[in-house]
Design a protein around this ligand. Sequence first.
Ligand code: GDP
Length: 299
Amino acid sequence: LVRLRRRLAGSQNAFGRGLLTLLSRDRLDEDTWEEFENVLLSSDLGVKPTMELVERLRDRLRVEGVADGTRARAVLREELLALVDPTMDRTLAVERGEQPAVVMVVGVNGTGKTTTVGKLARVLVAEDKDVLLGAADTFRAAAADQLETWGGRVGVPVVRGDEGADPASVAFESVRAGIEAEVDVVLIDTAGRLHTKTGLMDELGKVKRVVERQAPVTEVLLVLDATTGQNGLIQARIFAEVVAITGIVLTKLDGSAKGGIVVAVQRELGVPVKLVGLGEGVDDLAPFDAATFVDAVLD
Ligand code: GDP
């Protein structure tokens, strides 16, 4: 969490500071609120949450007759926190039951899916869990190679198939191997081609069905690149139609001032952001915490 705060502080507070500067003006006139809205919109918060936030802030500051910057900051913090929603359950369902917990990681190529699988394996290993990786992105040989590199780095086995093998059969084999080896968690990397939605639908749906012949899929994590804005939201919508998403991983939040996307995507899917990617390194994945995030924004 310390790391999350430090990493986010560098990028997210670009917009947080903008908001605070505006609030500290002597007179909060129409122009100021318009600028305030623009800062929020450029963070990818989305139109509706922006309007709601500004309306609530204006009301509260007026009713409370807030004059000083410290109080205005506190009110802004409360309202931002409410938007990010600290009440959502962000725990990962990775506790072993009778069978290993199975986590499917889905998302469009290039969003950071494979990297996330590697980094998540690292987090779980650090919690003393036995982990196995399944390379069900059989479309690109490089994807399985990349996952094997991560497996080596983190010290966990990787199950892969031949190039062009049926992704569902690789996923099935991975879970079978995981049950046999009595691991705690099987993480399955999937293919992320979006050009034919029906193809993707068939593929991801099939992967899940086939896996569930052996063990329930406990998490389906959707990986989204925080820098892609509206495009990310469109991807989220498509994936959610295909498979029931249980959590969002927002990658590349380092160096991006687009933190508003956290709120936008949670609203879009009605599921929480559970993890955030803060860099390309092995330790650059952190659990998402609403209060830490808002504090980093306003740091
Ligand atoms: P995939 O095609 O979705 O599996 O994407 P990859 O895992 O191959 O990642 C694509 C690129 O994004 C790689 O260069 C990663 O190092 C980079 N990447 C992944 N996650 C993050 C992150 O959180 N921050 C940054 N800065 N780069 C990331």
